[in-house]
Design a protein around this ligand. Structure first.
Ligand code: GLN
Length: 282
């Protein structure tokens, strides 16, 4: 094997940003040599065998064509868990950890085995991080997409959380029985407006469109979710939703119109208002 296949040479000759090249190469090292990421430095003069080299080239080329790193690796870290991801479900975003934190704070305060509803669960990111951090909680998670649910179920099995989670296929509250009520409702619905240029840029091009946009103003799903909260929350129960950086005022207004109380705005790590919560009155 020629020296031009050394790890150092592969990274410096690659047109991808160095951090991305390192992530992909670390994946190849782990898969073909069971080596940790630190081998990128400690074995930087090592040459890849032909099979590993071909895999590296294929991964780098997929990334050059724009495919999200999370889909190429088939996994993504979120909150305290690692999720399997694929083109059938939205890639979990760090800002969505805010919803998990809001829910967990409420669950801790309740100090009893809480019932949680996650609407539009996708890969199961929110539902599974809550279940994993709060073992007494039971979660009902819905999604319209059977592809997304298949991914969520796989994640539930590999994280050993099947006892705590029930999945239902359907749109928002539609699949729940009318009397079903929860201590906490969480949702990261599609809230990007149909004409938003971001939909045709970057990672979003590869994600399921129905997980990103309501094909309208961006507010349709948030409206349905907020309007249905009263029926499916216990008295004093909490709903928390993620929304776009410019939707905070409207979402607050929707919560007030729906008769919800104690409306609060929450900021992500970048300081943007990206979630709102409120309660059904006692
Ligand atoms: N946060 C995602 C983005 O802006 C959108 C996810 C969503 O619509 N729920 O890329």
């Amino acid at each position: 094997m020629s020296g031009s296949h050394s790890l150092r040479a592969l990274i410096s000759n690659c047109v991808l940003p160095a951090n991305e090249a390192r992530i992909l190469l670390a994946h190849v090292l782990e898969k073909h040599y069971q080596l940790p990421r630190s081998a990128l430095l400690s074995h930087d003069d090592m040459s890849l065998n032909e099979q590993a080299f071909q895999e590296w080239e294929s991964l780098a080329s997929r990334r050059l064509h724009g495919e999200p790193i999370a889909y190429i690796l088939g996994k993504k870290g979120f909150h305290n868990i690692e999720l399997q991801v694929g083109p059938g479900a939205l890639i979990p975003r760090p800002e969505t950890e805010l919803l998990v934190e809001i829910a967990l704070a409420e669950i801790t305060k309740l100090n009893k085995p809480a019932r949680v509803l996650d609407l539009g669960t996708g890969s199961g990111a929110i539902a599974l991080s809550i279940a994993s951090a709060a073992p007494l909680v039971s979660v009902v998670a819905t999604d319209q997409s059977t592809e997304a649910l298949a991914i969520a179920i796989k994640n539930t099995e590999s994280l050993n959380l099947t006892k705590q989670i029930q999945f239902l296929q359907g749109s928002w509250y539609e699949v729940l029985i009318q009397q079903s009520q929860f201590d906490v409702i969480v949702s990261n619905p599609p809230y990007i407006a149909n004409q938003d240029p971001h939909l045709s840029q970057g990672d979003l091009r590869f994600e399921p469109k129905s997980a990103l946009t309501d094909y309208a103003s961006g507010l349709n799903c948030l409206e349905i979710i907020i309007a249905g909260a009263d029926q499916h929350l216990k008295a004093g129960g909490l709903i928390a939703v993620e929304h776009g950086f410019d939707q905070s005022e409207t979402v607050v207004e929707l919560m007030k119109e729906a008769g919800l109380v104690d409306v609060q705005v929450h900021q992500d790590l970048a300081g943007h208002s990206r979630a709102a919560s409120s309660r059904k009155s006692l």
